[in-house]
Design a protein. Structure first.
Length: 484
């Protein structure tokens, strides 16, 4: 550490200790430290539509009563010689975290402006001398909202699911402004390994399957680190993709269409989303890359999605609201993340329903595995034995050898408001990891937001890819209706 770093550390500590008293500090978790490595400078970003023009004063007052009271959103991250990094509480000045640009309300293409604004935002660094989050409020009318707000937070503050859930815990029901959102059912994807073991331990055969599946998954994980790379396709990013800005595009789909397919195929919503992703990516690659002699795809193409799984279940809205009230996270917050490497079939099935059937079979098998627990434990062991840089090198290599990131989050079924502003849509994503494509599904009310974060050097037509995914959902729905 040079003199400039020491000076910056002393400045941060003076800022944090505003009352001249010793501040209560907490160490950064290994995963939080990982997200500060140069090739893992990851951020979570949430784009929200408002049903009315944004009142800046109300928004700032709402932040004071909610997000600012959360310990991670009111602490600076201090790194000093001989220490691993720690959270130091500080006094938050809301104005330092809010950006309210003066915009032309009659601009010709407001949707394009918002998209460009977000893309530019992903190419800028956050100020590390204050809590690493910010809110941008854009008073421009788009196709889906009267105004748009963008919340950006550094991934070290928490895992994506927890951060989006915390955001929702800051809201209230539009129909009852004093009530928190109703609890939502956690998807099968995020079921924790301990609860899965309890569900399967009654049958010896099922337990044996868990052990065998875990061994196979661990071998594939190690092979991915050592030599196993996904097939080179137009979806894979080039060297340094983590440093480039990302174009974030989104589209609204009907939740009832996912439910219809789910019921007909005895699947889960997550299975349907995976099937739609497989079908859409296959269609996109077939048309844009391999269509010189007609639609076809290379046989046995290996395309895998990296899924981050929170080992510790995410607290409910009530618990998160209490965190903000008490200004304490207790033991229920933090990045406890493991990886799951999920194969995405790239094939042109004659029957569109086969995409969901195959996705269901893959997902069902992954549920009977402790892959995420192993990857979490191995990362923690690497950090404690060889240091954070060794863990970062392992994670970076594994992610670089796969193709995309995938996630989904179940949201409330009722309309929510923040500081008197009804929310019309929520589109969340992440960037800063070495993938050229991130696919995220977010349900809210009776809709599903499909969100893509892409590197335009690899995927120059993100809206076409978005259309291919939406068309794939339509074809699967038509095939379901034809069976009736």
């Amino acid at each position: 550490m040079d003199s400039r770093d020491c000076g910056r550390t002393r400045k941060l500590l003076r800022m944090a200790n505003t009352n001249g008293e010793e501040a209560e500090e907490e160490p950064l978790s290994p995963t939080a430290r990982l997200f500060h490595e140069p090739r893992f400078n990851c951020h979570v970003i949430a784009i929200m539509g408002s049903a009315k023009k944004i009142d800046f004063g109300s928004i700032k007052a709402g932040l004071e009563q909610t997000l600012v009271r959360h310990p991670r959103f009111s602490s600076v991250q201090v790194f000093s010689e001989g220490k691993l990094g720690r959270w130091v509480p500080t006094k938050v000045v809301v104005d330092d975290h809010c950006v309210f640009p003066d915009l032309d309300p009659d601009m010709p293409d407001p949707d394009g402006f918002v998209e460009d604004y977000v893309a530019a935002l992903t190419g800028t660094a956050m100020d590390t001398s204050k809590p690493m989050w910010e809110l941008h409020a854009l008073n421009v009318k788009t196709k889906e909202a009267e105004a748009v707000a963008i919340l950006r937070a550094h991934h070290s503050l928490g895992d994506g699911t927890s951060l989006v859930s915390l955001l929702l815990a800051c809201t209230r029901k539009t129909s009852d402004p004093d009530s928190l959102p109703a609890a939502v059912r956690v998807s099968e994807r995020s079921r924790s390994p301990p609860s899965m073991l309890k569900a399967t331990s009654g049958t010896f055969w099922m337990l044996l399957r868990v052990v065998l599946n875990t061994i196979v998954d661990v071998c594939f994980f190690l092979a991915t680190y050592l030599f196993l790379r996904d097939t080179e396709t137009a979806l894979k990013g080039a060297e340094g993709v983590e440093f480039r800005p990302k174009r974030i595009v989104h589209r609204t789909l009907e939740l009832d269409e996912f439910k219809l397919i789910k019921t007909e195929l005895d699947a889960t919503i997550n299975d349907v989303m995976l099937g739609v992703t497989s079908a859409g990516l296959s269609r996109y690659l077939s048309r844009t890359t391999y269509s010189a002699g007609g639609d076809h795809l290379p046989k046995n193409a290996l395309v895998r999605a990296t899924i981050l799984v929170n080992i510790r279940p995410t607290p409910g809205f009530q618990v998160m609201a209490k965190m903000m009230e008490s200004r304490s996270t207790g033991s229920q917050w933090g990045n406890w993340l493991g990886y799951v490497l999920l194969p995405i079939p790239i094939v042109l099935y004659e029957d569109p329903l086969d995409y969901v059937r195959k996705a269901k079979a893959i997902a069902d098998r992954k549920k009977l595995s402790f892959e995420s627990l192993f990857t979490f434990a191995s990362s923690a062991m690497l950090v404690s034995t060889f240091g954070i840089k060794a863990a970062a090198a392992l994670s970076h290599r594994v992610i670089c050898n796969t193709t995309l990131s995938f996630s989904n989050l179940v949201g409330p079924a009722e309309e929510l408001s923040f500081a008197g502003h009804p929310i019309t849509f929520l589109a969340a994503s992440a960037y800063g990891h070495p993938h050229a494509l991130t696919v995220h599904f977010q349900s809210y009310m009776d809709k599903v937001k499909m969100v893509l974060a892409v590197d335009e050097e690899a995927i120059p037509e993100p809206h076409q890819l978005l259309q291919d995914l939406a068309d794939s959902l339509g074809r699967i729905k038509v095939a379901v209706l034809a069976k009736r």
